[in-house]
Design a protein around this ligand. Structure first.
Ligand code: SAM
Ligand code: SF4
Length: 331
């Protein structure tokens, strides 16, 4: 069979990220515009049967890993059905969540053989969390992270760093990895529609490493082996159980090993997080047409680097980012 998931640069796209919803119970400033977003009409959102049909098509073509995201995937009413259905596919199933509701799903996660979850947490201080998420759920999220660890899940904490806001907590976050076998991932703040991104607000890979090595000493900061498809550059502090990692999409894009393809909640394929072009897969599916050629075209038209923004100068021009808000993409 023709390998349609391999693009013109030889990258095989075996990892599908499905956004289940544009809704969320938080309002993170870097993700959700202050004025809110225009939600897609309900009838434009994929049903759970459509999600399964599209996911199965991707799996038949070679996808081996599926991540559910959003918005907040766990606020979707039929998320349990979706998880149970997707668990029937021969894939590694996982999700990215803000952690507020995970305690209600522990048994289901186990039943669906979910082994690992990414949970977002941008500050270890309740007040700062309230500021960045515009809601007060710090304690709940923190307790749920501890619960996931106790229940044996692999937990990765996603922390978007913003200069002058939470970059003073880098060391405190890393100290969490002393006793807990988790990975803390610092994410460079990225530009999306409505998030008022400024380059000078971003904390870069280089900044982070400098602070870490100043605090812990270079010799205690041990580089870990990253897989080709990893978006992270990972490290362990000597003697610590867990690791920390940096996702440097802005200053050091990891496009060479990209194996990701995204499906938005309203059924559009995005071949790159930064692409403004999308391919509608839901309308043809509903019309009873084959979706294979649309998937093929989406993969084949993928740029080598960040949807064509291959230099930092191109990336810095915010008008180059004709993209959705992150909340409607699914990070
Ligand atoms: N609601 C879930 C959550 O918060 O984990 C899943 C969706 S959220 C869009 C997925 C990830 O994207 C989160 O880890 C979030 O921190 C990250 N993210 C959102 N906006 C971002 C931005 N502007 N720059 C970098 N990461 C961002
Ligand atoms: Fe919601 Fe996640 Fe976006 Fe925060 S980052 S607003 S939790 S979707």
């Amino acid at each position: 069979m023709k390998d349609i998931l391999t693009d013109t640069f030889g990258r095989k796209h075996n990892y599908l990220r499905i956004s289940l919803t544009e809704r969320c119970n938080l309002r993170c400033t870097y993700c959700m515009p202050a004025e809110g977003i225009q939600l897609s009409p309900k009838e434009h959102i994929m049903t759970y049967e459509e999600i399964y049909t599209i996911a199965k098509k991707f799996v038949d073509l070679g996808v081996t890993k599926i991540r559910l995201t959003g918005g907040e995937p766990l606020v979707r009413k039929d998320v349990s059905q979706i998880l149970e259905q997707l668990a029937l596919l021969p894939v590694q199933l996982t999700l990215t969540t803000n952690g507020i509701m995970v305690d209600r799903f522990i048994d289901l996660f186990k039943k669906c053989k979910i082994k690992s979850l990414n949970v977002s947490l941008d500050s270890l201080k309740a007040e700062k969390n309230r500021k960045i998420t515009r809601r007060s759920y710090f304690e709940k999220v923190y307790q749920n992270i501890l619960l996931l660890i106790r229940e044996g899940f692999t937990v990765k904490i996603n922390c978007v760093l913003m200069k002058g806001f939470n970059d003073d907590e880098i060391i405190d976050f890393i100290k969490l990895t002393k006793e807990h076998p988790i990975q803390v991932r610092f994410i460079e703040f990225m530009p999306f529609d409505g998030n008022r991104w400024k380059m000078d607000q971003m904390v870069s890979l280089q900044d982070i490493l400098q602070r870490v090595t100043t605090h812990f000493d270079q010799k205690n900061c041990i580089k870990q082996q990253d897989a080709l498809n990893d978006t992270t550059k990972s490290y362990r502090i000597k003697g610590y159980q867990g690791t920390f990692a940096i996702i440097s999409s802005v200053t050091n894009p990891f496009c060479d090993g990209c194996n990701r393809i995204r499906l938005t909640a309203n059924g559009q394929i995005k071949n790159c997080l930064f692409s403004s072009k999308e391919s509608d897969i839901l309308t043809p599916l509903r019309q009873g047409h084959s979706i294979t050629s649309i998937i093929e075209h989406a993969i084949q038209s993928k740029f080598k680097v960040r949807s064509g923004m291959d230099t930092i100068d191109k990336f810095k021009q915010t008008d180059a980012h004709n993209n959705r808000s992150m909340i409607t993409i699914g990070g």
